[in-house]
Write a protein that binds this ligand. Structure first.
Ligand code: UDP
Length: 411
């Protein structure tokens, strides 16, 4: 059997305050038609990265709404995950092609994982490219299959996309974050746009008292009396951590007391993370005010919450970005953001929230401006939060997904 991820329990009623009573009631009513439906979500890692973040919150709520939801993981060794990272990068446009042996590795593990998927389901949601070929090797049976793509596949490497595309053809639906991300010749019968969302009740996003947040930051070594800018993301070249360091260095010339925190998690399915981590350590070796934190050194959800809350500016200097949950996470805490004009980022900042940038220079200028204009910065953060409340909370994501399940099942 595929390994299941054990998640806690949660009541949808807990979202009355953050999302609104009407939203919660509407969701309950909507879920009635799907009561008892067996829904499986499959991905490649139980922690690290946006997909795991969403599933950890979504599965307990689906269950509370009467749906028999499960979350399972495919398995693979480092060779497999190196291949799937190459596929991930290729789908986002990297020029590196897949060697024949890499294609074989992908297909061998896909076959093996397909054999491990035993139980029957009504709806199977496959996240991202790692488990994509499961349907082909398992056979559809009575289930409806959805491919949920979280990355920017607007201009994929033709060879990598050409390899994967045939494995998509039997899917009943494909879900993207933006219309622009639908790759060329995507022949899935039904294509939907559903942007991701954050969980306002998770330890990462709940309201915490400022003094508690300050104590957490002190414990991890941040000087809470000096200005702080932060980027929270996997150590990944598309997130441009070295560009963040460069931007920070420019701003520091004007504000010598400035500190930078780079918070990066290591995901099970991302072996590239370690290479980037060592590059970052090297680039920051001479500056004690650059803090590099990882989930492996005790910087987990609650610390991320505190860092996002107490930073004067959150940076997300992505070059390519599927959605970037970290944008909504920062805005939900009222913190202004300076972010790359990439993928799903602009949609989260279209009513304020901060600035979109396209270079190190621009990022540095905007960060400096926000640091020097705290009142305007607060106002931008506040407007950003309001958009997140209306459009990027988990309740909206679940409503969109339930609509799709119901439509595919014809209920
Ligand atoms: N994250 C975290 N700790 C880290 C780095 C990232 O908890 O050290 C979380 C972050 O808060 C967000 C998710 O991982 O919830 C990253 O999602 P996003 O959509 O921004 O990017 P992805 O990793 O999916 O490309």
């Amino acid at each position: 059997m595929l390994a299941s991820v054990d998640v806690g329990t949660q009541s949808i009623d807990s979202y009355n305050t953050s999302a609104g009573v009407e939203v919660v009631e509407a969701l309950r009513a909507q879920a009635e038609d799907l009561r008892g439906a067996r829904v499986l979500h499959i991905n490649a890692t139980p922690y690290g990265g946006g997909v795991a973040e969403i599933l950890r919150s979504q599965i307990p709520l689906l269950r509370d709404l009467g749906i028999q939801a499960d979350w399972k993981l495919i398995t693979g060794d480092e060779a497999f995950f190196r291949v799937t990272k190459t596929i991930h990068n290729g789908l986002q446009g990297a020029s590196r092609e897949l060697a024949t042996t890499e294609q074989e590795t992908y297909l061998t593990y896909s076959t093996r994982n397909a054999q491990l998927l035993e139980e029957p389901y009504d709806v199977i949601v496959v996240h991202d490219p790692q488990p994509l070929a499961l349907l082909h090797f398992r056979g559809k049976n009575a289930a409806r299959w959805i491919w949920r793509c979280h990355i920017d596949t607007s201009e994929p490497n033709p060879q990598v996309w050409g390899f994967l595309r045939p494995y998509l053809s039997d899917y009943d639906a494909a879900v993207f974050t933006l219309q622009d991300f639908v790759p060329p010749d995507c022949q899935v019968h039904r294509i939907e746009m559903i942007p991701p969302a954050i969980d306002p009740e998770s330890p990462k996003n709940i309201e915490i008292a400022p003094e508690f947040a300050r104590r957490l930051l002190r414990w991890i070594g941040v000087d809470v009396d000096r200005p702080l800018v932060t980027q929270v993301s996997r150590f990944d070249p598309w997130k441009d951590p070295l560009g963040v360091i460069e931007s920070y260095r420019r701003v520091k010339q004007a504000i010598p007391k400035l500190q930078l925190a780079l918070v990066g998690s290591m995901a099970l399915d991302d072996p590239e993370g370690w290479d980037i981590y060592h590059q970052i350590l090297e680039a920051s070796r001479t500056d004690r005010e650059i803090h590099i934190f990882t989930n492996l050194t005790g910087v987990g959800n609650i610390e991320v919450n505190a860092v996002q809350r107490l930073s004067q500016v959150v940076i997300q200097k992505s070059i390519r970005e599927g959605f970037g949950l970290v944008i909504s996470e920062a805005l939900w805490k009222g913190t202004p953001v300076v972010a790359g004009r990439a993928g799903g980022i602009p949609m989260q900042m279209r009513e304020g929230g901060g600035f979109l940038v396209a270079s190190v220079e621009e990022a540095a200028d905007r960060i400096l401006w926000l640091l020097e204009h705290p009142e305007e910065a607060r106002e931008l953060g506040k407007r950003g939060r309001e958009l997140v409340r209306r459009q990027f909370l988990l309740t909206r994501l679940i409503a969109d997904e339930l609509r799709l399940y119901a439509s595919l099942l014809g209920v």
